[in-house]
Design a protein around this ligand. Sequence first.
Ligand SMILES: [Zn+2]
Length: 228
Amino acid sequence: MPNVIEFNEFTCSANRVGGELTCWLCQKGVSARALFCHHCGTIQPVRDIDHFARLGIERRIDIDQELLDKQYETLKRTLDPTRFIIRGSGERGNAEKQMEALTQAYDTLREPLKRGRYWLTLHMREVDEAEAANPMISELLYEVEAAIAPTDCDRVAQKAGQSLQQGIIDLMQSLRDQHWQQANSILVELDGLESVLAAVRIRRKELSPENGNGENTSGVTEVNNNNQ
Ligand SMILES: [Zn+2]
């Protein structure tokens, strides 16, 4: 039955009848959070739900990391492509898009900085990007430019790395306190610090063209994994 159906609009989020979502195949009502139709068992297209709902966890800034991992693993197994091999292209496409959406949701929620940024967008209609230039960032960028040895770069990287770590702590606190504007300012500063770290990496490479001397930019790699 379902495998003879060709269906291309994998991400159509809204077959809505009177505000209710319906299954793309059998047209009966389904909830936005349901991966599968309760009536015909067909996998549904990606719906417009938030990352917390997609992972089936409580919508909170401080998440239960273990539960998040567990939910992700379970859903990932459910969406495993091998389970849809014999299905029609409509279902295979839905499963693939659901997996993408799941991965994106998981990657966002597991990283405090990404989660904080996402949390803020959920709570602020529009984020005010027009921030005044941050003197600390300008100063650090100037120091990167002025660096004449790899150790100068390491010193800047360490300062930026420490500020980044403290900034993430401050960000989470301001989100808990619902100080959205303050949280936004911190995020802008964190963006600035990340660009400082990127500049340090480039400058350091320029200053050690042989790229052979064992020193490493420890401050950079420690704090900056996964924070793109
Ligand atoms: Zn159905």
